[in-house]
Design a protein around this ligand. Structure first.
Ligand SMILES: [Zn+2]
Length: 203
């Protein structure tokens, strides 16, 4: 078995950033390099993310790697048994138990690479990401290119019918009719709270 530090156990790498910053691309790149080194590599992703392909992680740029969709973080340790490197895509969609599950994997000696959004469309910390950022040995915050001004984008702009989404809209809307852009801080917009009740319920 090939590992970088076989006597020292595992570690956690986090790759975060807004949409269109290349997180899935980077996750696939790291796991593929591990495979080239002869390590056993597995990618898991939350069942909620049916983007493109249920059996794979597919980046916006088209890179693709087999991934297992799981409903609960508790299912991951059993699946990941025997793997040297475990990638977790869209980690922000998992319940808070994902933090303890990653601790278990790392304690077992796995290299864990967790990729996901650090902020929701409002710019607030997303899911368990703040905990994971604190615990990570290695952390990369990727930037996209702002759709408006071309500057470095760190935020995800949610648009509903082309207009900025209100802050009281649902956080998780997978496959809905709204759209997203990468924006810098100054170009990022939040609409005034909707007068009527939000159309989409909190997922
Ligand atoms: Zn901008």
């Amino acid at each position: 078995m090939i590992r970088l530090f076989p006597q020292r156990g595992g570690w956690l790498e986090v790759v975060c950033g807004p949409m269109f910053s290349g997180k899935s691309e980077e996750l696939i790149r790291r796991l593929r390099r591990a495979e080239i080194a002869g390590q056993r590599a597995l990618i898991v992703k939350p069942h909620i993310d049916s983007r493109y392909d249920i059996g794979h992680v597919v980046s916006h740029a088209g890179a693709k790697m087999r991934a297992v969709a799981v409903s609960r973080p508790e299912d991951i340790p059993g699946l990941a048994d025997g793997y040297d490197a475990v990638g977790i895509d869209e980690v922000q969609f998992f319940t808070p138990e994902i933090v303890l599950v990653i601790d278990v994997l790392v304690a077992r000696g796995a290299r864990v690479v967790a990729a996901g959004l650090d902020q929701d469309f409002r710019g607030r910390p997303f899911g368990a990401m703040p905990e994971l950022l604190c615990r990570a040995e290695i952390l990369d915050k990727l930037q996209a290119v702002c759709h408006r001004c071309g500057g470095p984008a760190t935020m995800t702009q949610r648009l509903v019918d082309g207009a900025p989404a209100p802050a009281d809209g649902a956080t998780i809307v997978v496959g809905a009719l709204d759209s997203y852009e990468a924006r810098c801080r100054s170009c990022h917009e939040i609409a005034e709270p909707a007068l009527a009740a939000p159309i989409l319920a909190e997922a």
